[in-house]
Write a protein of this length. Structure first.
Lengths: 326, 326, 326, 326
């Protein structure tokens, strides 16, 4: 522990440097942060400085900023994570180009032979409704068992090949080319609050691949400890909110009269054909109905009891590294 | 005219290199573009390639991508503009850091002494409702006349000082430091479609300073000629659309029953107190009522008859450059 | 072919849309470009506008800009490529976050079962001198043959597993997780000239993995056709140039007297011990000696006879896609 | 003072939140930082993790990374500054688009009427040798006095106009448009170490406008307290280093024989004509000769005795804000 004049967040300090397991062999650790909710206000107040008379409380300001997409003040808070994840998940992370990344190098170092294996409950058929996702219900246990058996064979073969190539001192940059996408890699990943919220909104969404959602949920829990008001505003305005198109708003306007003194429902009803006639595609009709149905408030609270130490995590990975040559 | 295998848009070619006047002495010219709506589809189809069975039409795909914030394909279209604007407007442009800029250099070159002068119809008092804007109605004519007289004095003094310093061969980087923020500068400004839409959404919005809105409107008209389907989707989903928070959606859910077979208004009413009790701040109540009231579809169509030539614009600026020393 | 008022480069038009093979199954195609050397000058001249008296030729200006790292004008030229490469190469590309990418989706689409297999001449042991590379000379033929045999087994196993999972209609996002890193993927990749030069300098360098160098060389050849003066300046100032540290310059200053009327060698010699005493680490001594030895001018000229058609490339990939389920 | 598990730098803590004056009314304050030299090593070691045998010391690693332009680990350290500077300087800062900025808003708030006035020693004629700079020697005292007199008139006129417009409650976004570019603005400015070094290299360079150099020098002094090894490597490899083109290296190769056992001067001499014949332009000949002449090691050490408090700086600015209406 050191003394600092910098802003600190006790709830964040409590988990700083702890490792939260994700999936079967992965983890997320918050290794550093810069700033808290108060620093967002402080940055925004530069623009609100001399000659203005009143000061909202931090919470009101942060909610106002988020609601109106005034995002620059939230760039003033930074997060640094240490993350271990399967390569196919890492390939989804890197689409977010505003993060800084330092990844473990398979050219320089030996890869730990650690692979992600889906559990039965996540093993599902191609979704009928979402062309890039999976069904909500798991596939048959027998299909799962057969898949696991095949995956085990691929991994055994790939591990053998890698171990042998490394023993023969073949260049590591070549030895690794047949490792499967399920192999775990790791990196330092740094991002500001504004871009983290954008990442999380896309990645805790039900349309994201389930495996990356798992990482998003842990990071959201860390965010809640560094900047709780920003977290709350993000849940209220973005996670629980929805965008309405002009045509959707027109449907609402037909059913609701909005005046300065309130909003009144106009007796009426729109069936799917009428919604289509209002310019919504079939998919948009289903989307609008979905937005008007209740959703559950998500809870990304972390349990500090889940934390592991850096040493434990490092040891697990180190054990899985094959023997180098000579 | 040259022959090319690249995708072209005839409506864009019609205005390419023409100069559209903006404000009293500014302009926007589309000097180049890369790609059209079809190229967005082409880029998105990489992800939709082999093994998929059906192909939506370009329009449906572009609307789907915009609705779901799948923005990477729209990064594949680029725009390059030549823009002249007052320095205070230029300072608002540069907040959009995803554009590439080459600005006229006041260190190397002499500044044309051309200043922006607001018209009476845009000269207004500080807004009572929007803490950073102006009232909708112009201020008194006498106040306007007095302001213009003062501005003329500032500009005459600043022009004299600049002209004299330049005659004396004082370093240009120093001679220019007392030019007013209303002085026109110019630059090349290049941006991709995704980031242009983000810029335009913020800058044609009524909360933006009126002067930069004027630039946004002309650029939106140019966009409509390069990528008309993207333009249409942007109007429908973003300009005419609105974001609803979780609390706002809950209000709608209380007044509307949404089932698979349609949406039915439930008899009921929410007055401002009830809306506040539902968790909306006073400002949010007004915002929600505002979203449920009708808005007019904007029209950013350009009239090619407004175009001027590069030579005419260059000559006007050149005339306003003071005589250099020696 | 269409008519355009935009700047075109005949040498680029000649290869536009043609597919240049790279490695055993990959390719690079230049699918679009915006601007040429003249547009870099045009953008830079905004800053060099009124009140300046002379105009250098385009070549002199472009060389001056490159020498002095005035890079913003070269952001005004854009390239769009279609590239197919092994996933381990794609993972090196994405470190360059200034490019826009649309990648083929293994969640939505079926992956073609096409894998990169190194040739014997590129199959080498871990380098003794470069901790992340490979030796210059290939490894024994027998070792190569054994490695190929092992890789074939991994690929056969992984292909079988993927084909079977897809037949069973398992979610594609899961079916693909055991494909090896040698599997080919593809994407649209768009970047501006400034950032392309930065990418190429790192990726045609001998320290980059040989496989990505192959992509860099073809892209450099395409650059030479779009913006030949920028290409030439890049070769002269960056590829053939080198950075000297303060300590290295001090060594040179001890051996060379530089006056306004010329540079004269001072009789003298510095052996490695003396260089170390001057503050250079052992590795820096070797690097300095290396910089002072001759290098060959690289030649990235493309041969249009190597071009293939889009249809041929698409057909090859399509054949390698496994049969989807029923 | 709070306790933290985060890495801290005692030398940085000593000046944290202190205000260092720059120019006549400006300042730079380091308000927060994240990480130190050790964190650069920590990030880089992810890539150097398991299976590698030796560990260089932090200093050697940081020097190696900088020399070889392995810049991603240095993105892991962040700086947050509060800066007040004339608008013409602010316009040079924003060209560095990798920084996050929250600027004082002239639309929302009243501008303090504080202007930058060059001292005689910085008031110089247009440079004969550098087309965008000023001569090294100051201009005549009489010319300086005349310029100051003219500037005072411009500022008095502009201040009067602004004060009157604000009294009349004219919209602030309009009232400010005739303030001169010498008016001070302020902002929060956050950037990572990699991008800060790039900014500083360009902005402490003699070709940058002297006024922004002054800001660069103070920031460099702050950097030296947060990450002293990175600072030292930056001075050695970048500030004191130089880039040599292929043609320049060929000149050196003609005068120096470099073998594994050392570097030997070959008797010889190259006069400017011979250098031109080797492919160097006239300007390049002068540049090469310049690189081979001695330079002084810069010293950006800060004196904590120069620090002012936030309160003092805020009070000075607040005093200069005109009286608002009503």
């Amino acid at each position: 522990m050191a003394e600092t004049k910098r802003p600190t967040s006790p709830a964040a300090e409590e988990i700083l440097g702890g490792y939260f397991p994700v999936l079967d062999h992965g983890f997320v650790s918050l290794v550093d942060y810069m700033g808290t909710d108060e620093d967002i206000e402080r940055a925004a107040r530069v623009s609100y400085g001399y000659g203005t008379r009143k000061r909202s409380a931090t919470r009101g300001l942060i909610r106002y900023l988020r609601r109106h997409a005034h995002t620059t003040p939230s760039e003033m808070v930074e997060f640094k994570f240490h993350v271990a994840m399967p390569i196919f998940v890492a390939r989804q992370f890197v689409r977010h180009r505003t993060a800084s990344i330092n990844e473990y190098s398979g050219r320089y170092s030996l890869m730990p032979l650690v692979f992600y294996e889906p559990r039965h409950q996540e093993f599902a058929l191609q979704s009928r409704s979402n062309n890039q996702g999976r069904e909500d219900q798991p596939a048959d246990a027998s299909l799962y068992a057969a898949a696991i058996a095949r995956w085990e064979r691929v991994r055994a073969e790939a591990s053998d090949a890698y171990g042998w190539l490394v023993q023969e001192d073949v260049a590591r940059e070549l030895a690794r080319i047949d490792l499967p996408l399920s192999t775990y890699t790791q990196w330092y990943w740094k991002i500001d609050l504004h871009n983290l919220l954008h990442f999380l909104r896309l990645r805790v969404d039900a349309h994201a691949q389930w495996e990356i959602q798992e990482y998003g949920r842990v990071m959201a829990g860390m965010l809640a400890r560094v900047a709780p008001l920003s977290y709350e505003a993000w849940i209220d305005y973005e996670v629980l909110g929805a965008r309405m198109s002009g045509a959707e708003l027109d449907v609402l306007r037909g059913l609701l009269a909005a005046e300065d003194d309130g909003i009144t429902a106009r007796p009426g009803r729109r069936n799917p054909d009428e919604l289509a006639a209002a310019g919504l595609s079939g998919r948009e009709v289903r989307e609008l109905i979905g937005k008007l149905q209740s959703v559950k408030r998500p809870d990304f609270t972390l349990d500090p009891a889940d934390m592991r130490t850096a040493e434990e995590m490092a040891a697990r990975m180190a054990e899985a590294v094959p023997e180098p040559s000579g």
